[in-house]
Design a protein around this ligand. Structure first.
Ligand SMILES: NC(=O)c1ccc[n+]([C@@H]2O[C@H](COP(=O)([O-])OP(=O)(O)OC[C@H]3O[C@@H](n4cnc5c(N)ncnc54)[C@H](OP(=O)(O)O)[C@@H]3O)[C@@H](O)[C@H]2O)c1
Length: 352
């Protein structure tokens, strides 16, 4: 291999306040001079990106301001013209760090790019594929799976037979929440934005029922119809009116898990205003969480061991939405906000 690698990466042209459009991004081509960057003892690692995770939270980094930008480092504001860091799986091309060698598979903080120079190797860990496709380690065995697992079991603390409602139920996190809850012995209903997605939930993923929220004129009434005995756990991925409707239909001591509020990310005027009198008199717990709180070894090992057993037994379905090539990243990202994806959105940058 020569000393210079040609690299393409995606960057943001300007701040975004509403829904993202493909024109908000551009592809930049640069050269990476290997010998001047990755010297022995430099502790820097050059990684070839193989699969990149495309996630809704990134839109909050693209705004002029979002409270999330001052929370954790992966949520920090993006700088126009610079690389967009994000989760991914890659292969080490050259390493100046003793713990990483050429051809090691790694996962962690990579970039929306073909190659990335990683200066802080604490953001990477070696990946052992365990016989599963690499992409699983971004979705079902990665951050999406851990989000679903930790949100449902650690916060929701379900009991067998409880009634669970999941929004964005055919998405990356939502489909797994529903499948875990069914495997655990709960009654599960999900909502999604198309007829095909609803059919998938009922026919392939084993949800007890599902509905298209876009066809409902009154979400409170719809949830009364689907949950005549009330909701015990609501796993919220969308916020807005759906959150208000779910709170109105919760049972006493119900748990509302706030995982994401995607309907509010791209509409600054949309904010859920649940009736707090319900929260008081039904003693409802509403709790937000970040998956990063559950990445410690104990939680991660429990999650991977449970999920890999389900996978090996053929008890859990894998939904992936994969597009090819770094140039397809803007389209894949924009697709999240108009419901184009089914399951985990991934862009395959290169083959292993
Ligand atoms: N707390 C955490 O640590 C954490 C970690 C990961 C993800 N999250 C959050 O979890 C949620 C799901 O993430 P994901 O990665 O699984 O994404 P996803 O559900 O795979 O993809 C986004 C989906 O959101 C729905 N959507 C888009 N715009 C919407 C709108 N205005 N109103 C209602 N639904 C809309 C669409 O599905 P439909 O066709 O059904 O509308 C779309 O397919 C997001 O809010 C995300 O930010 C949180």
């Amino acid at each position: 291999m020569g000393e210079i690698i040609c690299n393409k990466f995606i960057t943001l042209k300007h701040d975004i306040e509403g829904a993202p459009k493909e024109e908000d991004f551009e592809v930049i081509t640069t050269n990476i001079s290997i010998s001047s960057i990755v010297k022995q003892g430099s502790n820097i690692v050059l990684v070839k990106c193989l699969d990149v995770s495309i996630d809704p939270y990134q839109v909050n980094r693209m705004k002029s301001y979002s409270p999330s930008q001052n929370s954790i480092i992966p949520a920090s504001k993006l700088v126009h013209g610079e690389e967009i860091d994000g989760n991914g799986i890659g292969k080490v091309v050259v390493s100046g760090h003793p713990e990483f060698r050429k051809d090691d598979l790694v996962t962690g903080r990579l970039s929306w790019a073909q190659y990335v120079v990683v200066e802080d190797v604490k953001l990477l860990r070696k990946l052992y594929a365990m016989g599963f496709p690499l992409s699983y380690h971004l979705g079902i065995l990665g951050v999406s799976g851990l989000t679903a697992y930790a949100g449902l079991f650690k916060l929701g603390k379900p009991k067998k037979g409880e009634r669970i409602f999941v929004s964005t139920a055919s998405g990356s996190v939502g489909n797994l929440v529903g499948q875990y809850a069914k495997l655990f012995g709960c009654y599960v209903i999900g909502c999604a934005g198309t007829t095909d997605k609803v059919a998938l939930l009922k026919e392939k993923l084993g949800f007890d029922d599902a509905f298209n929220y876009k066809e409902e004129s009154d979400l409170k009434v719809a949830l009364q119809r689907y949950f005549p005995e009330g909701i015990d756990i609501y796993f919220d991925n969308v916020g807005g009116e759906m959150l208000e409707a779910a709170v109105a239909n919760m049972n006493t001591y119900g748990r509302v898990i706030i995982c994401g509020v995607i309907s509010e990310y791209t509409d600054p005027k949309r904010r859920a205003a649940p009736d707090m009198i319900n929260v008081i008199y039904k003693r409802i717990t509403i709790q937000g969480f970040l998956v990063s709180d559950y990445k410690d070894e104990d939680n991660f090992t429990e999650f991977v061991s449970t999920t890999s057993k389900y996978l090996n037994a053929g008890q859990i379905q894998v939904l992936e939405d994969i597009s090819i090539g770094v140039e397809s990243i803007p389209s894949a990202f924009v697709g999240l906000f108009c419901g184009r994806n089914v399951g985990k959105t991934i862009v395959k940058i290169a083959d292993d």
